[in-house]
Write a protein that binds this ligand. Structure first.
Ligand SMILES: NC(=O)c1ccc[n+]([C@@H]2O[C@H](COP(=O)([O-])OP(=O)(O)OC[C@H]3O[C@@H](n4cnc5c(N)ncnc54)[C@H](O)[C@@H]3O)[C@@H](O)[C@H]2O)c1
Length: 342
């Protein structure tokens, strides 16, 4: 079996490539290697940009440098593929409002090309979406706890209204991408899913303030640098270990129940920014320094996925936050030389 993973050299994409390779698949990583937001982390160097490329190459993954905005090239590279997994994206809220055209061409045009490729090649496709599509009106119904937020009911299903509250270009591009996936399913019978991911974390995540907060906190804490928090730090998610996220694509392929799914850890993985920093401090045996700054516009303060629908095709997150954050910290400690911290 052969799978092509767009954005294969990204954080999530690299876990997907690794997972399928270890299950015996032929894997093609398809990535343009822009790593746009890496430049803004403060440690974005050639070494960080190429880390996942070199790692996947060492596993025997076929590496292709290509851009999802080029339909002909994507079609050419998907000959003989059985499955298409789409993780390439402009994933950061901040970048989307600073450069909406980049966000649009990558997330909307790029996803259109991916689903058009799936149609022409007659293969199933999974689009990687985000809980951002629900919008920020969730912020209006939160209950304050000492170190986190909660809500009643705690978990949010896919039937929750989408695009409610103040939305950004990222909301619009992710939602448009989902619309194309659904349209191609209805119109052309393309077996497909959109996975609305919660916050994901794990090894090989070069997280910064724009995107990837668990990794950002872990990396800065390992280096003894202060962590900046925008808002009060009670922002809460059901964080998902990337390996569990990678397995969701395989489970979809095995069962091929088309649809739109929340993919997160559910209430057993509920953790706030403050709680995650406390946990990192416990693992490292030193308390991270925290600086508080004003809220950022568009920030979603709470999301816990109801994952009942995804469980129907076999999704089953196994790694709990403590275990996953320990893995992430060990990886940072073992790869200190890759980060050029400022
Ligand atoms: N990381 C999270 O917490 C999180 C949460 C929810 C949803 N998601 C979604 O998961 C997906 C992957 O996110 P990530 O965190 O791995 O991001 P990432 O930035 O690490 O990976 C994205 C990859 O896509 C590549 N890429 C960008 N534009 C491209 C193009 N035009 N052609 C080919 N490749 C291109 C980049 O080079 C990068 O390697 C995104 O769709 C994101 O919205 C991520």
């Amino acid at each position: 079996m052969r799978v092509l993973v767009t954005g294969g050299c990204g954080f999530l994409g690299s876990h997907v490539c690794e997972h399928f390779k270890k299950k015996g698949w032929d894997v093609i990583s398809y990535d343009n290697m822009t790593k746009y937001e890496l430049k803004r982390t403060g440690y974005g160097t050639d070494a960080t940009r190429d880390y996942n490329w070199n790692y996947l190459k060492s596993l025997g993954v076929t590496m292709v440098k290509g851009d999802i905005r080029n339909l002909e090239h994507l079609l050419d590279r998907t000959q003989d593929c059985d499955f298409l997994i789409h993780t390439a994206a402009q994933p950061a809220m901040t970048v989307s409002w600073e450069d909406p055209e980049h966000d649009f061409t990558t997330n909307v045009v790029g996803t259109f090309n991916v689903v058009e490729t799936a149609r022409k090649r007659k293969i199933p496709v999974v689009n990687t979406s985000s809980i951002h599509v629900y919008g920020n009106s969730i912020n209006d119904s939160l209950i304050d706890e000492e170190m986190s937020y909660t809500r009643n009911p705690v978990e949010i299903p896919e039937t929750q209204a989408v695009m409610v509250g103040k939305i950004s270009p990222l909301h619009a591009s992710k939602m448009s991408a989902e619309h194309y996936i659904q349209t191609y399913r209805d119109m052309y019978d393309v077996k497909s899913a959109s996975f609305r991911f919660t916050g994901i974390y794990g090894e090989r995540q070069f997280g910064g303030e724009d995107h990837g907060w668990v990794a950002n906190f872990a990396i800065r804490s390992v280096f003894g640098l202060p962590i900046r928090i925008f808002g009060n730090g009670k922002q809460t998610r059901d964080i998902l270990y990337a390996g569990d996220g990678a397995d969701s694509y395989l489970k979809f392929f095995e069962n091929q129940i088309s649809g739109t799914y929340n993919i997160g850890g559910g209430k057993e993985h509920k953790i706030s920014l403050l709680q995650s920093i406390y946990m990192i401090g416990e693992i490292l045996g030193k308390k991270p320094e925290v600086i508080f700054e004003a809220d950022r516009p568009g920030d979603m303060r709470y999301f816990i996925c109801d994952i009942t629908s995804a469980k129907k095709f076999g999704f089953d997150p196994k790694i709990k936050p403590k275990q996953g954050i320990e893995k992430l910290i060990r990886w940072v400690e073992e790869n200190k030389s890759v980060f050029q911290m400022k």
